[in-house]
Write a protein that binds this ligand. Sequence first.
Ligand SMILES: [Mg+2]
Length: 394
Amino acid sequence: MSVKVFINRTLNMRKIKYIGLDMDHTLVRYHSHAFEELSHKTMCEKLVSQKHYPEAVRNLPFHMDLAIRGLVIDKKKGNLLKVSRHGAIRASYHGTKPIDFQQQQKLYKSTYIDLSDSHSYTAIDTAFSLSVATLFAQLVELKDAEGRDTMPDYDTISHDVVEMLDLSHRDGSLKGEVARNLEKYIIKDPDVVRGIERFKQHDKKFFIVTNSDFAYSKLLLDYAINPFLKDHKDWTELFEYVVTLAQKPRFFWDNLRFLKVDPVTGSMTNYDEALRPGIYQGGGATKFAKDLGVEGDDILYIGDHIYGDILRLKKDCNWRTALVVEELDSEIENYKKAQPCSAEIRVLMDKKEPLEKILVDQITAKLNPEKTQRNRALPICKIKFLKSIRRFHR
Ligand SMILES: [Mg+2]
């Protein structure tokens, strides 16, 4: 698999001493379709058995292409929204059906979506929440269907779906299934291991900070890393420090205690001394960087969650960061495919602009003949000057 790196700030890799990695969807990637389908099925089962949703919910099919990361759930209105970086609504769906532009204008007028308003909106910002958006849309549709007054309001539906996903993560229903079928859910990528070993040959050190627990982390790392090691025997040699159940983003601003994990038995003991290479649970970034004996900007941390891995870290620590965006692959492909069309649009825009100007001049002359007369009387150099100012302001 080819990997492309985009930068928005210069990063001098010579300055970087430690490279930190998130585990899920960063160091270890998932077959997302299979995993989201599993999450969707598990949530449906739990909604029926624990929240008494109609039996029909059990049979809702999973469609991976119903949602993408970056969407926003409008919990009050039962809609899925695609918003611009400024929070303006670009497209909207009610259930799984698109809302036409006029209806959207009527519903939202000049609303700008404020994601800090968690009573009204939920952002679909992790790869683990695609199934949430899909299921929410399907349940809204089911509720709207005739005779579905046995279901709660949209707001409660959105709450129930998220609650069932959290429960599925907590009670082991998802992890248990992944553990039984690693091949189905986890991607094995020898290039990742090769890349880390190459960096280590150039004296870079590695650590993992993951929100997953030790047992699950070990399971995935044994499966996805160990078979491809050439210069090391086990992933524990590859990563100087592994911090499990880190509770990111809290890890970056709080000072929770570290627990030491015994890699053989998985048992934990309190640990208040300076950190030494090994496996830990919990803790906080400040002590971590201090005990590593490095400055924050000697660390490059790579993660896939914009809030959990990157934004909070940027606010509280001065570690350097890199964000993994798996969707960029297909986005760039689509961007390339759209190039001929974009070029055609540019040519047409170049033709359209002078035509627009002629039209505006004609309308102005009709509406305001006196002013036009005055402009005509201006010396040519002054007209040129005024035009250049107008162009500058555009
Ligand atoms: Mg992750």
